[in-house]
Design a protein around this ligand. Structure first.
Ligand code: GAF
Length: 389
């Protein structure tokens, strides 16, 4: 993990080497952890993410010929170049693989009247496929870079919606607004309490260390992708349930009416609705805990969230369950999978003085089952996206 602007410096240096000149600017955006509020965003509900110190940086300069070139700097210093594309010729399906995340943003911005070509050089350390929002970090950094080059004033909630459109309509992942909003709006030392329906975003102070606690991230290294069918199926199930209930979104179902509402749904949709309704409630209770300075009180809510995602929403996987169970057994106060699921990362709210035991317990549990050794790190709420240079 790098700190602060290191990725920006790497991107700028690589830009100089590749293009023989300094970039016009460098922008970067972080990955995220979602403390709680999973699969609620596309149901118009509540989320509570914070930004990671891990960032993706984009060094950029405009081009007069309308071409978009992208090069990515690997950990080993090697550079991977995407096929240059004409911004005017971009359409969904024309670009695939990782360059689609970059081209998708350029495609959306072209529709908004920002259609200049550019040279982009990317460097970052957000683990890919780890459920920590590496794709959104890239998309948000690219969006800020292209808008910055064009001199367009930033409207962050608006940029989040553009990035969502790139992801939904160009890349083909039917994701909600959680990740890009987190990357663009989070601030250091806070979690972002976002009401996705109204767009109301509140910075809630979050200092686990002051309570002798930390958020330990366990990247299970079981690969996660929102492009696999499971994510879209869950989303479609929620939309079907809302339509059957005659409400705009599952956000409109109250906890108190859950039983009555379930009776009106086919069996297969009931657990989805139960997860979304109880998860929204857990987010609201988590915010109350944080306002009351009761960070330890989050523990049972995190674990209840995991159980709901595992048993009702069914988006967990053996690796995530092993991580959560082992962390709890070794002394974590609460633990849950984060992000879309089916792989990726879990978090464990861990007493700082039990850090070593919890890490050891998780590693041992993975080793006993013959699973790939996970990566662990302590996540501290960090700065959101911005211009580095
Ligand atoms: C992924 C998606 F990108 C988010 O929009 C959100 O739905 C999340 O899964 C689940 O909460 O990260």
């Amino acid at each position: 993990m790098s700190s602060g602007r290191e990725q920006g410096r790497r991107a700028a240096a690589a830009f100089g080497r590749l293009h023989g000149t300094a970039p016009h600017g460098v922008w970067s955006a972080p990955g995220r952890v979602n403390l709680i509020g999973e699969h609620t965003d596309y149901n118009d509900g509540f989320v509570l993410p914070f930004a990671l110190p891990h960032r993706t940086a984009v060094a950029a300069a405009p081009r007069a010929d309308g071409l978009l070139t992208v090069a990515t700097l690997g950990d080993d210093g090697g550079v991977q170049r995407a096929e240059p594309v004409e911004v005017a010729a971009l359409e969904p399906g024309v670009v695939t693989g990782w360059p689609a995340y970059v081209a998708g943003v350029a495609w959306v911005l072209r529709g908004e009247g920002v259609s200049s070509g550019a040279d982009l050089v990317v460097a970052g350390d957000v683990p890919a496929g780890a459920g920590l929002s590496s794709s959104h970090a890239l998309e948000c950094a690219v969006a800020l870079a292209l808008l910055g080059l064009a001199g367009v004033p930033e409207d962050r909630p608006g940029i989040a919606r553009w990035v969502q459109r790139a992801e939904n309509d160009f890349v083909g992942a039917p994701t909600g607004l959680l990740d890009q909003t987190a990357s663009l709006l989070c601030t250091e030392a806070h979690v972002l309490f976002l009401d996705v329906r109204s767009g109301k975003a509140e910075q809630v102070p979050f200092d686990a260390a002051a309570s002798g606690l930390e958020v330990l991230v366990v990247d299970t290294r079981a690969h996660h992708s929102n492009l696999d069918g499971g994510y879209g199926e869950r989303r479609a199930g929620c939309e079907e349930a809302a339509a059957l209930l005659g409400v705009p979104a599952l956000r409109d179902v109250e906890l108190t009416e859950l039983d009555e509402v379930s009776d009106r749904l086919p069996e297969r949709l009931r657990p989805l609705v139960r997860h979304v309704v109880t998860e929204n409630e857990r987010v609201l209770r988590s915010v109350e805990m944080l306002r009351a300075d009761d960070v330890a009180g989050l523990g049972p809510l995190l674990t209840a969230s995991h159980e709901s995602l595992r048993d009702d929403y069914r988006v967990s996987c053996p690796e995530l369950d092993v991580a959560v169970d082992a962390a709890l057994a070794a002394g974590a106060l609460g633990a849950r999978m984060v992000g879309g699921g089916f792989g990726g990362s879990a978090i464990a709210l861990t007493p700082v003085d039990r850090h070593d035991e919890v890490v050891r317990g998780v590693l041992a549990a993975f080793a006993r089952r013959g699973l790939t050794t996970p990566r662990t790190f302590t996540a501290v709420p960090s700065a959101g996206a911005g211009r580095d240079e």
